[in-house]
Design a protein around this ligand. Structure first.
Ligand SMILES: Cc1ncc(COP(=O)(O)O)c(C=O)c1O
Length: 203
């Protein structure tokens, strides 16, 4: 959406690729050069060590994908009970099942049951709320202390819309995942990504 509607070059690129691609899925065993080039570019632009990219078609789907990967990640590291995913009051992360059900507090649920905390760097849908300096770094610290992954939802703030390429760059060192639109994509670091594939797989 932030590149605008009715753009010829966008429609032409989509048409060209649709005519060329015989088959494609985002899960396994398929690749195509434009997707690979775009993933490399997103990884280059992304803050910190976020270097794995999974393309989705909306912000909601990005956050649901984050949730599914996080459940899988915790199951792989022997913590299958660590499943609750929480967010702030008035935060908005989308209309799909996981994105709509983010709720609760770490200490209330028990840190051993909390998998991830989702937060927008700047609240959008719940009212434009810019956090005080240091807020997200502090949030990241609390998450780290409780072994809770921090998901920085950049659906509204990503790709230069608030100045820097990504608003979460100040917490990226400790933020292992990030969701963003408009393309949309979901990114993860090498620290968490190896858990996403079978141990010996290099796919
Ligand atoms: C912060 C944030 N995350 C996720 C979403 C959901 O994105 P989409 O409408 O593309 O599913 C929105 C939508 O406004 C949003 O503001």
């Amino acid at each position: 959406m932030n590149i605008g509607y009715g753009r010829n070059e966008m429609a032409e690129a989509i048409a060209k690729q649709a005519l060329k691609l015989p088959f494609y899925n985002t899960f396994v065993d398929t690749r195509n050069p434009p997707a690979a080039e775009l993933a490399a570019k997103v990884a280059r632009l992304a803050p910190g060590d976020l270097d794995h990219v999974f393309f989705t078609t909306s912000g909601s789907e990005s956050n649901d994908t984050a949730g599914r990967l996080i459940h899988f990640y915790n199951a792989r590291r022997g913590k299958p009970h660590k499943k609750h995913m929480i967010a702030r009051k008035d935060g908005y992360h989308g209309s799909t099942y996981i994105a709509m059900s983010l709720t609760g507090k770490i200490l209330e649920l028990g840190p051993e049951n909390v998998a991830a905390f989702f937060a927008e760097p700047i609240c959008g849908a719940g009212g434009v709320i810019v956090p005080p300096p240091g807020y997200h770094a502090r949030v990241a610290e609390v998450c780290r202390r409780h072994d809770v992954l921090l998901v920085s939802d950049e659906v509204v703030t990503g790709f230069g819309r608030v100045g820097a390429m990504f608003a979460s760059k100040d917490v990226s060192a400790s933020s292992p995942t990030s969701s963003c639109a408009p393309w949309a994509s979901r990114r993860a670091t090498s620290r968490s990504a190896p858990q996403f594939t079978p141990a010996a797989s290099t796919r």
